[in-house]
Design a protein around this ligand. Structure first.
Ligand SMILES: NC(=O)c1ccc[n+]([C@@H]2O[C@H](COP(=O)([O-])OP(=O)(O)OC[C@H]3O[C@@H](n4cnc5c(N)ncnc54)[C@H](O)[C@@H]3O)[C@@H](O)[C@H]2O)c1
Length: 319
C-alpha cells in the first residue's frame, strides 16, 4: 500500500482519483479548501479497502502543505482555481492559488522527500497556432492566451526546476478538456459538456460562445486517472510534460448534434460573442504519452458522452 496526497481531491478530477485509489486499497489524503470542490465528491471514495483522510485546508498555507505531506509517497497536485474565464476576471487570485499555492506544494513535497509529484497542467498552455488544427506536440513552444494558461506554463517550469535543482521527481500532465460524472453542470464557469447535457434535459437553450466551430479534444475522466497513476511510477517520466487526451478533434456544433441524438431532442442554440482567452482548436499528439506512460484510451469521446447521458437521465450523474 502506498500513500497518496491529492491536492484538490474534493474536486471533479481529484474525486475520481481518490475513488480509484481507495478502491485499489491505497491510503489517500485529500487536501482541499472546498473553493470549487464538494465533500460529496468524496462519497464514492469512502467505500473501499483503502483509507481516506480529508484535510480541509488551503495550499496557500505552507504549514498546511507540510502537515498534509507527512509520510506521503506520491502527490497528485490538482488544486487550482480552474477556468480561463475566472482568470481573465481576477488574474491576481488565479496567480495566488495556482502559482503561490503550487509553489508551496512543491516545497512541501521536496521537504517530505516524496517519491514523485504529478501536477495537473492544461492544453491551454499551447494557445493558438498558425495552423490551429494541427495536433499539439509537447516540444512546441508555448503560447498562453490567458492568465490561467500563463499560471500553468509557469507551474510546469517550476516542476522542471524542482526536478533539476532539488532532485524532486515531477511530471506535468497537460489535460485536454476533461469530462465525466460529477463535473459541475450549473456553475457560470461550468464546462461545455455538462452544460449542454443539462440544458437539453431541462429544456433550456444551450449557449455557444462564438460560432460553435471551435474544437476540443474531449477526454473522459477515467483516462486522466489512468495517466496520473501511470505517471507516478513510469520510468523516464520525471521532468517531462505530457499530453493527456483522446486524440480526436470535435467542434461544439458536432457535440450538440451528438447530444441531441442521444437525448432525443432538438435544440436551438443561443450564440453569444466569443470569450477572451479561449483558443480556437485543441487536438493532442499522444505519441510521447503513449511511449512514456504506456497510455491507452480506455473510454472514448462518444462512449463517454453516452455514459454521461445515461447517468444524467437516471439521476445518477452526481452520485
Ligand atoms: N477539467 C478540465 O477539463 C481540466 C483541463 C485542464 C486542466 N485541468 C486542471 O485539473 C485540475 C483539477 O480540475 P477540476 O476540473 O477537477 O476542477 P475542480 O474545480 O473540480 O477542482 C479543483 C479543486 O481544487 C480545490 N482548490 C481550489 N483552490 C484551493 C486552495 N487554495 N487550496 C486547496 N484546494 C483548493 C477546489 O476546491 C477543487 O476541489 C486543476 O488543476 C485544473 O486546472 C482541468
Amino acid at each position: 500500500m502506498a500513500k497518496y496526497l491529492i491536492t484538490g481531491g474534493a474536486g471533479f478530477i481529484g474525486g475520481h482519483l481518490a475513488e480509484t485509489l481507495v478502491k485499489d486499497g491505497q491510503e489517500v489524503v485529500v487536501l482541499d479548501n472546498l473553493a470549487t470542490g464538494k465533500r460529496e465528491n468524496l462519497i464514492p471514495a469512502q467505500n473501499g479497502p483503502g483509507q481516506l483522510t480529508f484535510i480541509e485546508g488551503d495550499i496557500r498555507d505552507l504549514a498546511t502543505c507540510h502537515r498534509a505531506m507527512e509520510g506521503v509517497d506520491y502527490v497528485l497536485h490538482q488544486a487550482a482555481r480552474p477556468s480561463v474565464q475566472r482568470s481573465v476576471e481576477d488574474p491576481i487570485l488565479s496567480h495566488d492559488i495556482n502559482l503561490n499555492g503550487g509553489l508551496n506544494v512543491l516545497v512541501a513535497a521536496r521537504d517530505a522527500k516524496v517519491k514523485r509529484l504529478v501536477s495537473a497542467s492544461s492544453s491551454s498552455v499551447y494557445g493558438d497556432r498558425q495552423d490551429p488544427f494541427a495536433p499539439k506536440r509537447e516540444d512546441m513552444d508555448l503560447r498562453p492566451k490567458s492568465p490561467y494558461a500563463a499560471n500553468k506554463v509557469a507551474m510546469e517550469y517550476y516542476c522542471r526546476v524542482f526536478h533539476q535543482a532539488y532532485g524532486l521527481e515531477t511530471v506535468s500532465l497537460r489535460y485536454f478538456n476533461v469530462f465525466g460524472p460529477r463535473q459541475d453542470p450549473h456553475s457560470p464557469y461550468a464546462a461545455v459538456i455538462p452544460k449542454f447535457i443539462f440544458a437539453l434535459l431541462e429544456g433550456r437553450r444551450p449557449v455557444i460562445f462564438g460560432d460553435g466551430r471551435q474544437s476540443r479534444d474531449f477526454t473522459y475522466v477515467t483516462n486522466v486517472v489512468a495517466a496520473n497513476l501511470a505517471a507516478c511510477t513510469a520510468p523516464g517520466a520525471a521532468g517531462l510534460a505530457l499530453n493527456v487526451a483522446s486524440g480526436g478533434s470535435h467542434d461544439l456544433l458536432e457535440l450538440l448534434a451528438i447530444l441531441e441524438r442521444l437525448i432525443g431532442v432538438k435544440a436551438e442554440p443561443e450564440f453569444r460573442p466569443p470569450r477572451p482567452g479561449d483558443v480556437m482548436a485543441s487536438l493532442a499528439d499522444l505519441n510521447l504519452t503513449r511511449s512514456v506512460l504506456g497510455y491507452e484510451i480506455g473510454i472514448g469521446y462518444e462512449e463517454g458522452l453516452a455514459i454521461l447521458v445515461d447517468l444524467a437521465r437516471q439521476g445518477k450523474y452526481l452520485a
